[in-house]
Design a protein around this ligand. Sequence first.
Ligand code: GRF
Length: 250
Amino acid sequence: MKGLDSVRPAGSQRIVVMVSGRGSNLIALQQALQRKAAQIQAQERPAAIVAVVADRACAGLAWAREQQLPAFLVEAKCYADRSDFDAELSAVVARCDPDLVVMAGFMRIVSARFLELFEGRVINVHPSLLPAFPGLHTHRRALEAGVLLHGATVHWVTPELDAGPIIGQAVLAIEPDDNEERLAARVLRMEHCLLPSVVGHLLGLGALAFERPPVEEPMGRGVGPFHRSPEAERILLVDPALCRARAILP
Ligand code: GRF
């Protein structure tokens, strides 16, 4: 997997976001990009979401339309078969000429052809510390498994579900009063920092990570230190509770 490389020109990099649901990661990314553009006061934005593509009518798509972002709906049921649907999805994304394709809650496995077309340009945000808990119901499964650490991952998309190379992770400590809903909310808040961090890093925009996440933390908890290892080109966000936990070790 070669990934985005340093040959990408600075200036006006094009992001396509793919969604199927509420779209909170899309909103977090758009707000982080807008703040970055305002910060550097550039004439031209260094990177922008140029289109939102959904496979169903959903809140994320509606939000994109409200924001007057180009928004495309490609619904499987409108096509004779899977291959026609895949072809249309690929064509719609290709017309947007993306430097980066971000799957942010896109609930469909894309075809090998799609991944060939956009090789090294497709990332996904997943609500677990991969390789643990690929697939659905990750928070419930983490609680049932009794793991101590949980979180979110951004990874390159490969044909195997949730199995591509990991770019960044956000880690939190599961607490005794976490239930599925509470844990989902805590992880989602970390995703809202992690995804812009990774995108900023991949597109050479610097630390989008230090921006405040746009969605209020229902549990009143902040997101802790942000680490980036230049050697490994990886990102790690850490729940402050983990730092506290380390402090009480003998
Ligand atoms: C997120 O938890 C993401 O990790 C997963 O689907 C959810 C999408 O949430 N892939 P939203 O639509 O961004 O609010």
